[in-house]
Design a protein around this ligand. Structure first.
Ligand code: AMP
Length: 249
């Protein structure tokens, strides 16, 4: 059994995002970058399945600029066996990423593809679903529990109404929720060992798929500053303010 895990390099979730002065995007110069958080859960789950003897090989794949390799290295340091870096010099929308990942799937022939449920930079929540659609594979999204069987995967999904349990046939695409597990930290010896693990490189535009972006980003702006709240002394005053000042009732 082989699992391919897609890991994306994004601005670290602790960083206060700064918008560029010309409104063309967010500032990434000298900003700490990390693995997209749910992708850490995806790697962790794959590693746990390997430790349980259910999976033989874990391949971590990223699409992005040269430095995106760091994300693959981190996955190798926590237990992935091999890495793939698909080089791309600029942002590619989820459909383009899904098409690239399909090419990687055709080459690697994994039984499962794990992705994060959502990337915290574009918040698209689309790549896994699009990949499953173009591969014509079953998909399990927002997964918070997995039970790998011989030819199927039982999953628990976090949905609006609560938890949904599904059994899907393999091969399948799974997008991982933060509640799936607690990702481990890489130990120093494992970080050193990861340096020796192989990372294959491919070039996105040489894969023969149309990765042209279809959405034009017009402007990026800071959200309006929040005004401070006030304390009201009675319900009557609150109702009056909602009616006459906020004009919401
Ligand atoms: P999104 O659809 O952009 O919210 O991303 C969902 C998931 O797709 C992420 O959590 C990653 O697992 C995967 N993904 C998106 N973009 C990339 C990328 N450039 N490289 C590798 N994986 C990606």
């Amino acid at each position: 059994m082989k699992i391919l895990v897609a890991v994306k390099r994004v601005i670290d979730y602790n960083v206060q995002i700064r918008v560029k002065e010309d409104g063309s995007g967010v500032n990434t110069d000298n900003v700490k970058m990390s693995t997209n958080p749910p992708d850490d859960n995806a790697i962790e789950e794959a590693v746990k399945l390997k430790e349980a003897g259910k999976v033989k090989e874990i391949v971590a794949v990223t699409v992005g600029e040269e430095k995106a390799q760091e994300t693959v290295r981190k996955a190798l340091a926590v237990g992935a066996d091999r890495g793939i870096h698909v080089k791309a010099d600029s942002y590619i929308e989820p459909l383009g990423i899904a098409k690239i990942l399909k090419k990687v799937v055709e080459k690697e022939k994994p039984d499962l593809v794990f992705l994060g449920k959502q990337a915290i930079d574009d918040d698209c929540n689309q790549t896994g679903q699009m990949l499953a659609a173009i591969l014509n594979w079953p998909q399990g999204t927002f997964t918070s529990k997995v039970n790998l069987k011989e030819k199927t995967l039982e999953i628990v999904r976090e949905i609006d109404e609560g938890l949904e349990t599904l059994e899907i046939n393999l091969p399948a695409v799974v997008t991982c929720d933060l509640r799936l597990n607690e990702p481990r930290f890489a130990s120093l010896p494992n970080i050193m060992k990861a340096k020796k693990k192989p990372i294959d490189q491919m070039i996105a535009k040489d894969l023969g798929v149309d990765i042209t972006n279809r959405i034009q980003q017009l402007k990026v702006e800071e959200p309006p500053k929040r005004k401070g709240g006030i304390k009201v002394s009675s319900v009557a005053e609150l109702v009056s303010k909602l009616k006459n000042e906020a004009k919401v009732i």
